[in-house]
Design a protein around this ligand. Structure first.
Ligand code: NI
Length: 141
């Protein structure tokens, strides 16, 4: 195998709150900080999706990045953009709306569709702020 890794960058804006309902607001503030604000808040998220595969002789591509962008938008971005992650995003239902859980959930939404491009998902990276980002490389084998 001679894998090459290609990455598509997308963006979405969404609201969330990090909290456990059984905790008081003070406890939530201590554990989750500003992200526990009871009245929600938003982030400008950046998403990087890296797929790997061999370079096709006829196209020179690992996968068509336009097609990858369409998949990411259809499966993930339209469901998240300008939404409240806690209240409106089915694939995050019942999960704490952390960037870690969001990153894993995005992987699960993209893993199968990416295979249809003839490539495989390598990494999902979500940046919540300039200083905080999460990477997921799939379940341990
Ligand atoms: Ni936050």
């Amino acid at each position: 195998m001679n894998n090459v890794y290609i990455t598509r960058k997308e963006r979405f804006n969404a609201a969330h709150r990090l909290f456990r309902p059984e905790f008081t607001d003070a406890e939530n503030l201590r554990i989750f900080g500003k992200c526990s604000n009871p009245n929600w808040h938003g982030h400008n998220y950046t998403l990087w999706v890296t797929v790997k595969g061999e370079v096709c002789n006829s196209t020179g591509f690992v996968a068509d990045l336009k097609e990858l962008s369409l998949i990411i938008n259809e499966k993930v971005i339209i469901l998240l953009d300008h939404r409240n992650i806690n209240l409106e995003v089915d694939f995050m239902s019942g999960k704490l709306a952390s960037t870690e859980n969001l990153t894993i959930a995005i992987w699960n939404k993209l893993d199968e569709p990416v295979k249809k491009l003839g490539a495989s998902l390598h990494c999902v990276k979500v940046e919540e702020t300039d200083n905080n980002m999460v990477e997921y490389f799939g379940p341990s084998k």
